[in-house]
Design a protein around this ligand. Structure first.
Ligand SMILES: [Zn+2]
Length: 394
């Protein structure tokens, strides 16, 4: 056998073709059988066979007439929003989010929970499972097909282990996977939360990101980025690519548990904002309380937030110099305090610290569309798994 190459049998070719048809329908939202044949390269008879099969399974449905080429009207098909769902989980340092999405990627229901003991997240695993079972039981008109967990990092994607969560004990992902598989008897996947946020940006927001290089920066309790190259996540050797939270912006700065000094997330994460304010003003406030104070016009806290945004700007400069992305999208809880202000401060830093030819061709934005792109991205991974394995699942 030739090393590293395997032949394709009839079944794997059929699975690939079904997945291709589903991806095309997802991308277009509604399209005709003729469009699918033209854009998949498959014979019209093969497309008709696949479409009939997917309709029989209830994964796609006919959705009225659409105007085709040369003024011809044809029946459109779309992904069905009924019957099936995926379960997405996002873990953080202080709690977790659960959501069900239909196969179009539309939210059915989202719930948010705190860990009972914030420094010991593993004691919440039984709660995560129980609350996930509760969410699925309360939405019985949808049959769950797969599960994906967005995890904080640095995350070893090969060993499926969180290596470090600054300021907290790490979640035991092997235990959580085992318990989820036992409770639901479904495939369980994991993805680094910033990579999930990146996939969400192009799969649910902007199909243009399927070409070239784009970066999503998750600015939450930690900081990380997901790098998309032609729509695929750049993983690196073990999945640690994009760990910009542990890129130093100050050679002699604060010590970090990763072994480095001056790590970006010690200056610009929500954890950093809380630590800086509580130390400087001798308070014991949570991030939510600080965000509320800033919203009410607390100038001192606002000034600290602006400083965090300037550090984020320096992080963006480093991302630009490393990857030369066409697009950088910022998201997660730090961006929600004052998204427009954060963006303008980051843009100022980028304009001052990069070459004009570079910053004039880099588009910066904040994801204001949803509470957690990371959670939606976990949904994307779970849906893509269903598209790739539909024949085995139904
Ligand atoms: Zn570090």
């Amino acid at each position: 056998m030739a090393a590293g190459r395997l032949g394709q049998n009839q079944e794997s070719i059929q699975a690939t073709n079904r997945s291709l048809v589903l991806e095309l329908i997802h991308k277009e939202k509604v399209c005709s059988r003729a469009y699918l044949a033209k854009n998949s390269g498959l014979q019209p008879a093969t497309v008709t066979y696949i479409v009939n099969d997917l309709m029989r399974l209830g994964v796609i449905e006919e959705s009225g007439f659409i105007q085709g080429e040369k003024g011809r009207r044809s029946i459109g098909v779309s992904i069905s929003p009924k019957s099936f769902c995926v379960l997405a989980i996002r873990l953080t340092r202080v709690g977790y989010l659960l959501a069900l999405f239909n196969l179009r990627g539309e939210l059915i229901e989202e719930r948010s929970f705190s860990n009972s003991d914030k420094s010991r997240p593993n004691e919440s695993i039984a709660d995560v499972i129980a609350n996930a079972v509760g969410l699925v039981d309360d939405n019985q008109s949808y049959k769950p097909l797969s599960i994906c967990i967005a995890v904080p990092g640095p995350f070893n994607a090969v060993e499926e282990e969180i290596v470090l969560m600054t300021g907290a004990e790490v979640w035991n992902m092997k235990a959580m996977r085992y318990d989820l598989e036992k409770a639901f008897d479904l495939p369980v996947m994991m993805i680094h939360d910033a990579n999930a946020g990146a996939l969400c940006q192009y799969w649910m927001n902007d199909q243009r990101l399927s070409k070239g290089t784009a970066v999503y920066v998750s600015v939450g309790q930690g900081v990380g980025c997901g790098v998309l190259v032609n729509g695929e996540v750049l993983e690196g050797n073990l999945g640690f690519a994009g760990e910009i939270g542990h890129m130093s912006i100050n050679f002699d700065g604060y010590e970090c548990a990763c072994g480095n000094r001056g790590c970006l997330e010690r200056y610009t994460s929500s954890t950093a904002l809380v630590a800086i304010i509580n130390e400087k003003y001798a308070t014991d406030l949570t991030f939510r309380q600080i965000a509320d104070e800033i919203g009410k016009g607390n100038d001192a806290f606002m000034s600290e937030y602006r400083t965090c945004c300037r550090y984020l700007g320096q992080g963006a400069v480093n991302i630009i110099n490393c990857f030369n992305p066409a697009v950088i999208v910022f998201g997660d809880e730090m961006t929600r305090i004052a998204p427009d202000l954060l963006l303008s401060i980051v843009k100022d830093e980028v304009d001052r610290r990069t070459l004009p030819q570079i910053h004039s061709t880099t588009t910066l934005s904040v994801d204001k569309n949803r509470r957690s792109a990371e959670l939606y991205g976990a949904g994307v991974v779970a849906i893509r798994y269903v598209f790739d394995h539909i024949a085995d699942m139904l």
